[in-house]
Design a binder for this molecule. Sequence first.
Ligand SMILES: Cc1cc2nc3c(=O)[nH]c(=O)nc-3n(C[C@H](O)[C@H](O)[C@H](O)COP(=O)(O)O)c2cc1C
Length: 341
Amino acid sequence: MDSGRDTNFWRRLEPPVFTLAPMEDVTDTVFRYFVLRWASPKYLKVVMSEFLSVDGFLHPEGREKVHHRLYIHPLERKLLRQKGIKIIAQIWGTDPRKFEQAARIISQEYEFDGIDINMGCPMKKIIKNGACSALILNPELARDIIQATQSGTHLPVSVKTRLGMKQFVTQEWITALLAAKPASIGIHGRIQKQLYSGKAHWDEIRKAVQIRNHSDKTIAIQGNGDVFDIPTGLRRIQESGVDGIMIGRGILKNPWFFNDAGFEITSQQKIRLLLEHTKLYEDTWQGIKSFAIMKRFFKMYISDFKGAVELRGQIMPLNSYDEIRNVLEPLLTDQKTSDIL
Ligand SMILES: Cc1cc2nc3c(=O)[nH]c(=O)nc-3n(C[C@H](O)[C@H](O)[C@H](O)COP(=O)(O)O)c2cc1C
């Protein structure tokens, strides 16, 4: 679909480019809002949704169950606008026609800046029907899916992938992807078999960049894997030649990842932030998402201060904002979190 406008923002991003990687049960709109609050737009240029099944999305009853994955809270929307950060919806499946339809609906009924296709998820239950990383062994179908998605939308279509299933097939796979002309390719430098073990192979990502350089330099490459701070990301850009870096687990270790102001956060501030996050999570998702998912973030805030482990042990069994507030509020004696938070 061609709207006549050049919507491919990937070509216009000011370096250095950092992207918040899509993460199931992590990068929902509430979490993204907090990440955006602390992020410097000097680094963070793009955020991505959790992945959405095109089968579920197009099913008359299934859509009800999955479309929350595309929800953008007004607080998040405001910060995206203020900071000029792009937001991308990630989709997965196997049927090119469904990708085309899903892409059309997402572009017409939602406000995203791009659509990303998941060709990297390594989980057995997902890949057994040929979706996600299984597409690495089916480059013709991968091409059809990319082209079908492109024909359903005027937005830039990107791909996020790994570099093999049982072994690295960087040359064949990247060559096949480049032929379908996605706007950007996000490369996690592992193969499916590794899941999240071992290390990300940045030498293979570098090889992918060289293949791209000999083919079509207008297609961006985002390198991904084991980057846990900004200086390492900047070094990876230098060494491998990627156009940008995607950050996954690093954000859970350090929610202030995209800000290098070097500010220290006190235990009181962390507790206040956890309360605020829990409240917004509950207000947004009650009856839609389980409270257990929120617990994933407890460690992110309640750590690296005296008594943190014990405090986490106390709140972990609790299942609502009110219960957590009863434990945490009495611990607060300071005035207010600083403006930057
Ligand atoms: C909890 C979790 C959920 C993830 N969900 C997705 C997903 O929905 N889509 C996707 O493309 N990748 C997903 N990933 C992979 C990450 O986007 C990223 O590629 C991977 O974590 C490697 O980057 P890192 O070393 O910076 O974490 C997920 C990873 C984790 C840890």
